[in-house]
Design a protein around this ligand. Structure first.
Ligand SMILES: [Ca+2]
Ligand SMILES: [Ca+2]
Ligand SMILES: [Ca+2]
Length: 488
């Protein structure tokens, strides 16, 4: 059972990039050795990039004389889950076209699925940092969503289980790692994903650098809402904050603090923007790398409300985490935080001037949704009602509410659904940053009309999402629906 730690890909990697290129930097140091060569991995929020550097296959077999299998235990239960776990392979005769098949059982598969494949592979032959003798190099780009991995929700699913085969006709080689992986998932290797994008230093606040992936400099100090560029990891549009929040230290500052004698720190908080700050008490868990695995480490303040500095040079699943808290425990509205560092004697060290105050608008109230009425020719059709259209072009009128009191609405929609997966969007409206006012409540009175295509039971669905982020993505949504049967 092996372990490999993927490193963060700051820029997307193309299958034409070489291991010698800067995009692959940092991966060589963490590569995993197998009998036939080395595996390297990097990832970003969208893809897992893998190279199998098969240094022992020194003959360039044409077609698919050299081939691979790549297996993922997508629910990470160390067992073959039929019709769920997958094995990737190249198409017969086409080493640069990858497909996948579901496992049915031990060493049994469905056959390549007929689907549009968004993950890719590329077969190349040449030298690499691992060997100056030209050899087989497989390159892969796996869509994380295909692997059932989502990095936006902090530590959940930050690993996957895998095994692979690389085969060569000449020389006649076959490496399965771990042995028998396609019959027995209990010993599959573990790949830990990186969830540590490097935020540009210039964007980080002086002490509290970011909230999740959102640099604190991107949070408006008077509204407490965050706006990031559309091409940033997380596109926040004047977003409020909610859920469990990670306040992450400025990396440069965190590196300097031990040299200034900092041993501990306190977090200060106040509700609103006036009055005195009080010492903030919270606790959390972070995964700490012990050399071969991530182990859970608990953090909480001592009896004087001092938190211990994170160990310098130790790899945590969330590096430089200053504090984490459950924002649902705070009031809705503006909340402010400060952090101060102290030496062993309790004297403040490393103070910045001016002192950094982090202001966040906390909103964990999801938008209200309701269907006010479903009418035909101005007459209400009750829930489960049946309506006969007098004319095939007649429309059903729906009036609904999608309303966020705090003005943190991201979008809302009204959709009709019927039959076997058929649907039509009737109304969709999204928050538009360029439209004042900067907050957006939506409305308690929104109308849409729908012309049924067929006689069927229909549901009218209202869906609204909050413009609230946990620093890794939007959270908070609400929905409702009403059923009516339309006969035309
Ligand atoms: Ca499984
Ligand atoms: Ca070969
Ligand atoms: Ca709200």
């Amino acid at each position: 059972m092996g372990t490999i730690k993927s490193t963060w890909a700051g820029t997307p990697i193309s299958l034409d990039d070489q291991l010698e290129d800067a995009v692959w930097s940092g991966a060589l140091e963490k590569q995993m050795e197998f009998d036939g060569g080395y595996m390297l991995a990097k990832n970003d929020a969208k893809y897992l990039y893998v190279v199998l550097d098969v240094v022992k296959d020194t003959h360039n077999d044409p077609g698919t004389g050299d081939y691979f299998w790549f297996t993922f235990d997508r629910n990470r239960n160390k067992a073959i889950s039929p019709k769920y776990d997958v094995n990737y392979g190249n198409y017969p005769g086409n080493p640069n076209k990858m497909g996948r098949q579901y496992y049915l059982g031990a060493g049994r598969w469905t056959g390549l699925l007929n689907e549009e494949q968004k993950s890719e592979c590329k077969s190349t032959f040449g030298t690499s940092p691992n060997s100056a003798t030209p050899h087989r190099i497989w390159k892969f780009r796996f869509l994380l969503s295909d692997l059932k991995v989502n990095l936006l929700w902090w530590w959940f699913s930050s690993y996957t289980k895998f095994g692979f085969r690389v085969h060569s006709n000449k020389p006649n080689l076959n490496y399965d790692t771990p042995a028998n992986f396609f019959r027995d998932f209990s010993k599959l290797h573990t790949l830990y994903f990186s969830r540590k994008p490097s935020i540009a230093t210039a964007d980080l606040g002086p002490v509290m650098g970011s909230v999740g992936l959102i640099p604190t400099t991107k949070i408006n100090s008077s509204t407490g809402r965050a706006t990031t560029a559309s091409n940033y990891f997380i596109h926040a549009k004047n977003a409020a904050f909610g859920g469990r929040l990670n306040v992450i230290g400025n990396r440069t500052k965190m590196d300097q603090l031990p040299g200034l004698g900092a041993k501990k720190y306190k977090v200060f908080h106040r509700s609103g923007t006036s009055g005195s700050f009080s010492e903030f008490v919270t606790s959390w868990y972070n995964y700490k790398w012990n050399g071969s695995d991530y182990v859970l480490e608990a953090s909480s303040p001592d009896s004087s409300n001092f938190y211990k500095m994170p160990s310098a040079g130790v790899d945590y699943s969330i590096d430089d985490l200053l504090f984490q808290f459950d924002s649902t425990k705070l009031n809705t509205g503006l909340q402010q935080f400060k952090v101060k560092f102290y030496n062993n004697a309790g004297t403040e060290v490393g103070a910045t001037s001016p002192e950094q105050v982090l202001t966040m608008y906390i909103d964990n109230n999801v938008p209200e949704v309701s269907i006010n009425s479903v009418k035909y020719k101005n007459a209400e059709i009750g829930a489960c009602g049946i309506v006969n259209l007098q004319n095939p072009t007649d429309k059903i009128d729906v009036n609904f509410e999608a309303f966020d009191t705090e003005g943190n609405l991201l979008d809302y929609s009204l959709t009709a659904r019927w039959g076997d997966g058929d649907s039509e969007n009737i109304v969709y409206q999204a928050y538009n940053l360029t439209t004042p006012p900067a907050t957006w409540q939506g409305s308690r009175n929104i109308s849409g009309s729908f012309n049924a295509k067929v006689t069927c039971a229909h549901s009218f669905n209202v869906y609204a999402r909050a413009r609230t982020t946990n620093g890794y993505g939007y959270i908070g949504k609400n929905s409702t629906y009403r059923y009516v049967t339309i006969i035309k």
